[in-house]
Write a protein that binds this ligand. Sequence first.
Ligand code: PMP
Length: 359
Amino acid sequence: MSRVYNFSAGPAVMPEEVLREAADEMLDYQGTGMSVMEMSHRSKAFEKIINEAEQDLRDLMQIPDNYKVLFMQGGAHLQFAAIPMNLMKNKVADYIITGQWAKKAFKEAQIYGKANAIASSEDETFSYIPDCSDLPVSPDADYVYICENNTIYGTKFHTLPNTKGKTLVSDISSCFLSEPVDVSKYGLVYGGVQKNVGPAGMAIVIIREDLITEDVLPYTPTYMKYKIHADANSLYNTPNCYCIYMCGKVFKWLKKQGGLEVMKARNEEKAKVLYDFLDSSKLFKGTVRKEDRSIMNVPFVTGDKDLDAKFIKEATEAGFVNLKGHRTVGGMRASIYNAMPIEGVRALVEFMKKFEEEN
Ligand code: PMP
């Protein structure tokens, strides 16, 4: 068996230890005589899996007691709709457009109410985070929405926007559990899990209890009401049991590593290896304003499309895979989530140095 260094933006590399454990338990989960895939979501064994997963996530993120944790299907995309459907009481929301995912969420919200784009960095291909210290927040806005880490463009909000008292809603799909967060600063924080947490197809929504009400837009499908999931402890319907089980394993792995402070230090160290090289290279350069750089997704270019393609091809042959930038921006992107070891980043930099010498 040979594992590659997988720099995919998502679905992405998982901790090897977690995969091995899941493999060991595939045919017989802890003496139940069956796989978690074959197990009723109402069984005692699964109840323990989901309860522990929630508690471990609460411990890791220090989620306050007045927040609910919801395991929902449909990835992040379903939340683009669920958020306005559940939170738009005045039918007004403000969006900060820092990339394609924020824009998609904004466009979806426009279907349900008056969504305003109050800031954007589209003028420079989303290569920076706009100044959000004094934005024209709408007086009747139900919430202000951000995408905190922009997977495609490699930017991150290092300071949260001044929402002028309005509820902050944040998509943390690509920085989930990469560093500590103060959940109390948000009304709702959510992420698709397929980057730092588990397999694709699910979102975890962390929502303050007072935002969970019956008062949702009239045509909101039952499945998309937060109250339905909160009241049923995420077991309203048959959930993505196997995904929850895998997320739970990753939470336990994170706790074993020492928690989110440790992950932050590790992730910063990893990102520094790559950014330091990009800043000194004569061939490769980063595409993002320095102060807004993400420590999870690192886009870079040579400035020559053919050379980019040559690099991606040779890197793939050498076992550094999924380095192609998103189709909307081109170039390269290394996603270096929690499960990417520093050895992988160091090896990539060595490979880039060699490529630079030869080209
Ligand atoms: N938000 C962000 C920040 C993302 O990176 C992605 C996926 N790459 C999405 C939303 C969409 O996620 P999903 O495909 O799970 O709907």
